[in-house]
Design a protein around this ligand. Structure first.
Ligand code: DMJ
Length: 856
């Protein structure tokens, strides 16, 4: 946890839901980063780290973990560590004491995961208890029915490597069986797979299909299994799927999810960040042109937001604003550079590194972005940051002689762990046994370049990649909002009427109501004036109508969540700018519907002061303390607006309301806006922001530690300026870094209709006239004395003249202009020189040493 400078231990921090399934109290980050140390030529440190793993790691914990995450990060980490340990031992200098201990540990872990495969299908359960397995009552797992395709299909590299290293064939057999089952279950007419599958029946639970979340590494492992194991059946399967992906999902430069049964029909209007690995896989496959195109599009999204948002729309607006420092784009950049030798990709890598240093680097590491629009942080640095991001960025710039072994002798797992290619000829006893040999006829010429020789691909044409990128240069900036772009083309061609789209639906149109009826969708009028849409597939006129109904409901749900998002005021940022933070810690804050609007006015900067009474519900008794400062007030006992008036009357220039629910955090609770008191609030002129308790305690702890704490309230965090740091007041005597406040995170959950397909009935509430789905009940929390509110502003993205407008751009440009014209904020747009980064770093180290002493 890079903001609070502690390790995250499962059970000791509030649960973040599924994200925590990767944590098994098995020193995840240490294991996941073992082979990174060798790649970075930190051999001594690697040796120490291996000793620590052997000394400290316990795999027998009573914890329920994700089989997929444990496989790719822990089993993969141990095997990558083992692979490089034996390489070093053979070289004769380091690891001379090593006796396959990591491999033994990997085997122990492998056996712990095997009970997960105890299903009739051979697909593994998604979770397992490390101590009690699946079935025992103490296991607290084993009742799940569904898993994601990537979860079941991303085992073969690690399991086969484990079998081949140890001679225990069972692991490779189980992983092959799971892959065989997925292959059997592919949708036969489209050759695509869905996102989730029932592990008992093999039915597709989610029938949408893309190359990102939920499926990504299934495709990756088919191709890489061929490379590592030399088994043609994997290549044939990959090629069959690849052909389908390029036919239906690839809409250059976009990669858009479709339905497996109706692959000409897009399933959503946004893309997720995980698909950024795909250009890298296309390089391995040898299909460079679309790789360059998609990569270029992604790079432009990154240039717009500094990082790739977790999801972004087809017109490149932010859909999910987090960025947990995912490595996929760096991975693809590395592979594209290897394939093309084009220095452009080094420039791309440089931008990634600069952005990481500028926006994500905090005193104890690199913090995930809570919101790429505000630049606020999350107290989270996932293990893949060290396992993958560091590795790929280092390798991008490394010359052959910088690496102490030949990286070409290894293949990267999905977590970038290194497995030696010589495994292909070791202990092959089970390969090719039981593999299906039923393949679609494909045009083989597409696949000539798999495992490409880049010399052949780019015969003396250094400008090849550039010529592909050039036409895409403005694809993001000049894009107009777009909806679902491909609608059942085959139906149009045959003269059939296009199905009713959710966005076109009008509850007052009798023809539309008729179509709804045909699709088995009924409208129920609720007492509060809203209507509920319910679908009963069996009431549809035909199975085709039933499917159209499902799609319609899914579109409605997506439209609803999109509209809700668009209507929300974006979160704001509280940035601590005084010593020793210097703008590096950025906290996510909720806006207020009254007072100064920070998206329209320049940021407010000031020292913070606690108000008395702490809840700010009556005239302040310490006006001299808050005069000219930003007042801290505790939530509760009166309306937000009342607090604002009281601190404003005392002379405060801004206010931060801190939640009184201990343990609350923006990572676990949805942010909300502070509503007014139902009266005119025009008299409130100062900006007001809301912090949950964990974020608030970071400021309160800073006051305890440093007394004078200065913050910046804004809509977007500002770059820090080293000169500002020098101007700052001298540090307090005790220079230690002592922030507290646990932060936890949960990634956004998509409410997806297809999740409910199996339950036969789908329902959704809406408003009668316009069916503006933003009116759906979305459970804003309303406390008795303070009103929180869902936003009411609606941000149009297309104006009446049909001109293209871009809200993100507008807001960004606006704040940039203001920033430029604001003499108080001189810290934008500068790249921090390296010596200043090092100076910061040393200062941080000193602070931590001091902190350690304090704690001792
Ligand atoms: C990594 O853990 C792996 O690459 C996985 O396959 C999906 N992505 C995460 C990091 O984003």
């Amino acid at each position: 946890m890079p903001l609070t400078c502690r390790g995250r231990v499962r059970g000791q921090e509030p649960s973040r839901g599924d994200v925590d399934d990767a944590l098994g109290k098995f020193s995840l980050t240490l294991i996941d980063s073992l082979d990174t140390l060798v790649v970075l030529n930190k051999t001594k440190e690697f040796e120490d780290a291996v000793r620590k793993v052997l000394r400290d790691v316990n795999l027998d914990n009573d914890v329920v973990v994700s089989v997929f995450e444990t496989n790719i990060r822990v089993l993969g980490g141990l095997l990558g560590g083992h692979s490089l340990a034996i390489m070093l031992k053979e070289k004769g200098e380091y690891m001379q004491w090593y006796n396959d201990e990591l491999l033994q540990m990997a085997k122990q872990l492998g056996y712990k995961l095997l009970p997960a495969f105890n299903t009739t299908s051979g697909l593994p359960y998604p979770r397992i208890n490390l101590k009690f397995g699946i079935r025992k009552p103490e296991a607290r797992t084993g009742t799940e029915t569904d898993t994601c395709t990537a979860c079941a299909g991303t085992l073969i590299l690690e399991f086969a490597a484990l079998s081949r290293f140890t001679g225990a064939t069972i692991f490779e057999e189980y992983a092959r069986k799971a892959l065989d089952f997925l292959w059997e279950k592919r949708q036969r007419s489209s050759n695509l797979v869905g996102v989730t599958i029932n592990i008992h029946t093999g039915d597709w639970v989610r029938k949408d299909s893309g190359v990102g979340a939920g499926i990504d590494s299934y495709y990756e492992y088919l191709l890489k299994a061929y490379v590592l194991l030399g088994d043609d059946s994997f290549l044939e399967r990959f090629n069959t799927h690849y052909d389908a992906i390029m036919r239906y999902i690839s809409q250059p430069p976009l990669l858009l999810d479709v339905h497996i049964h109706k692959p000409m029909l897009n399933a959503r209007t946004w893309m997720d960040a995980l698909l950024a690995f795909f250009p890298g896989l296309q390089v391995l496959k040898g299909d460079i042109r679309p790789a360059i195109e998609t990569h270029e599009m992604l790079y432009q999204v990154i240039k717009k937001h500094n990082f790739l948002p977790e999801a972004f729309t087809t017109d490149f607006r932010v859909h999910w604003a987090q960025h947990p420092l995912r490595p996929e784009f760096a991975e693809s950049t590395y592979f594209l550079y290897k394939a093309t030798g084009d220095p452009y990709y080094l420039e791309v890598g440089k931008t990634l590194i600069e952005n990481l240093n500028k926006y994500a680097r905090v005193p104890c590491g690199f913090a995930a972005m809570k919101d790429v629009r505000t630049g606020s942080h999350e107290d989270r640095m996932d293990s893949f940051f060290l396992a993958e991001m560091f590795k790929y960025l280092y390798l991008l710039f490394a010359d052959k002689e910088d690496i102490i072994f030949d990286i070409e002798d290894y293949i990267f797992t999905t977590e970038a762990h290194l497995l030696p290619l010589w495994l292909s000829t070791t202990n092959q006893s089970i390969s090719k046994k039981n593999t299906t040999s039923e393949y679609t006829e494909l045009d083989d010429s597409n696949f000539d370049w798999t495992c490409p020789n880049t010399q052949i691909l780019f015969p003396n044409d250094p400008l090849y990649a550039q010529s592909i990128r050039e036409p895409l240069k403005n694809v993001v900036d000049k894009s107009c909002p777009r909806g679902i772009i491909r609608v059942r083309e085959e139906s149009f061609r045959s003269g059939a009427k296009p199905p009713l789209r959710a966005r076109d639906f009008m509850a007052t149109n009798p023809e539309h109501l008729e179509i709804l009826k045909k699709m088995g969708v009924s409208l129920i009028h609720l007492k509060d004036g809203r209507v509920q849409l319910v679908q009963h597939a069996i009431q549809a006129a035909s199975s085709i109508d039933a499917e159209d109904g499902l799609r319609f409901m899914q579109e409605m749900i997506e439209l609803s969540s999109q509209q809700q998002k668009e209507q929300q005021l974006p979160p704001r940022a509280v940035q601590i700018v005084s010593h020793p933070f210097f703008g590096r810690v950025v906290l996510t804050a909720g806006p207020a519907q009254f007072g100064l609007d920070l998206s329209k006015h320049k940021e407010t900067r000031g020292f913070v002061a606690s108000s008395k009474p702490s809840n700010g519900c009556s005239e302040l008794t310490n006006p001299e303390a808050v005069m000219g400062k930003i007042a801290l007030i505790q939530r509760g006992q009166c309306m937000f607006a009342e607090k604002a008036r009281n601190i404003q009357n005392a002379g405060a220039i801004g206010g931060i309301v801190i939640d009184d629910n201990e343990g609350s955090s923006s990572d676990t609770a949805p942010l909300f806006q502070m509503a007014g008191d139902g009266k005119d609030t025009d008299d409130i002129k100062i900006p007001m922001l809301f912090l949950f308790s964990k974020e608030g305690s970071i400021i309160l702890d800073a006051i305890r530690e440093y007394e004078e704490v200065e913050v910046l309230l804004s809509d977007k965090a500002k770059d820090r300026d080293p000169e500002m740091e020098n101007e700052e007041q001298p540090s307090s005597e005790n220079d230690s870094q002592n922030q507290s406040g646990e932060q936890i995170s949960s990634s956004s959950q998509e409410v997806d209709l297809v999740d409910q397909e199996s339950s036969e009935e789908n329902s959704l509430n809406s408003h009668p006239e316009s069916l503006s789905l933003a009116d759906m009940d979305n459970a804003a929390s309303i406390s008795p004395s303070e009103q929180t509110s869902n936003p009411t502003e609606n941000h149009e993205t297309t104006n009446l003249n049909g001109e293209c407008t871009d809200l993100d751009n507008q807001l960004q440009e606006q704040s940039e202009t203001e920033e430029d014209s604001n003499p108080n904020v001189s810290w934008g747009k500068k790249v921090q020189p390296i010596d200043s980064i090092l100076a910061d770093w040393n200062e941080d180290i000193e602070a931590f040493e001091m902190m350690e002493k304090d704690e001792l």
